[in-house]
Design a protein around this ligand. Structure first.
Ligand code: NAP
Length: 248
């Protein structure tokens, strides 16, 4: 029996990077998938075809996770189509890195809304379904810089630290209904988000990591699988760092 057989998972920001790797991992373990991304483009369509070919049910919605109404609409639509939602992965995230001196109000608001408000929006939208089911696993994508802070990332670090507080609160609030809530804090993972960094910065980061390399999206997806499945049935309110010992 596969680890997620009979389960339905909703993953935000799923068309590339870590979200895509999680979708692929969950499909390989038998989960039906509700995927969201800003646009339903050719890349997203190809992903839906690829995952559907594995035999699971997959539907992708174009939806901005930072918008409260859009999050509620996706969950309403998906609930009609899939019935239940057992797993929520709040993965969508962006960066707008710059020193505080130069950071604009728009750069602050955008990062907080996409990274943190989205987590509130989707969690709130799935809450009543999960309460009725008396079952749920919510996984929020934080970051090591949400724990440590980082120069040039005050907006991003604040959003990721906010996710940690939210995760711990939801774990305490919904635990009695068998709803678990955990966060993953990746370190330096090789995706388009980190591709944007200059080559010398990427080299320098890798050198500082005790495992001497950046992580892969699949290595984050494996931890998401653990948290999504009943392998972690007594794990809630935790932040699991996936960072090659970058932060200990
Ligand atoms: P990525 O490659 O940039 O992918 C992010 C995905 O989120 C994209 O598919 C993007 O859609 C989608 N997205 C952006 N804004 C959205 C919105 N408002 N609503 C719905 N979807 C949206 O990033 P990644 O590296 O995979 O990162 C995934 C998560 O891990 C993020 O929360 C990030 O902060 C976190 N993380 C990453 C690292 C790292 O080293 N990569 C480290 C720590 C934490 P489009 O394709 O339309 O832009």
């Amino acid at each position: 029996m596969k680890l997620l057989e009979g389960k339905t998972a909703l993953i935000t920001g799923a068309s590339r990077g870590i979200g895509r790797a999680i979708a692929e991992k969950f499909a390989s373990e038998g989960a039906n998938l509700i995927l969201t991304d800003l646009f339903y483009d050719d890349n997203a369509k190809a992903l839906v075809d690829q995952l559907s070919a594995t035999g699971v049910k997959v539907k992708m919605y174009a939806s901005d996770a930072s918008k409260f109404d859009q999050a509620q609409n996706v969950v309403d639509e998906a609930a009609k189509e899939f019935g239940q939602i057992h797993i929520l992965v709040n993965n969508a995230g962006i960066t707008r890195d710059t020193l505080l001196m130069r950071m604009t109000e728009d750069q602050w608001d955008l990062v907080i809304n996409v990274n943190l408000k989205s987590v509130f929006n989707l969690t709130k939208a799935v809450q009543s379904l999960m309460l009725k089911q008396r079952y749920g696993s919510i996984i929020n994508m934080s970051s090591v810089v949400g724990v440590s802070g980082n120069a040039g990332q005050a907006n991003y670090s604040a959003s990721k630290a906010g996710i940690v507080g939210f995760t711990k609160s939801v774990a305490r609030e919904l635990g009695s209904r068998n709803i678990r809530c955990n966060a993953i804090a990746p370190g330096f993972i090789l995706t388009e988000m980190t591709d944007k960094l200059p080559e010398d910065v990427r080299k320098e980061w890798a050198e500082k990591i005790p495992l001497k390399r950046g992580g892969t999206p699949d290595e984050v997806a494996k931890v998401a699988l653990f948290l999504a499945s009943d392998l972690s049935s007594y794990v809630s309110g935790q932040v699991i760092q996936v960072c090659g010992a970058m932060l200990t």
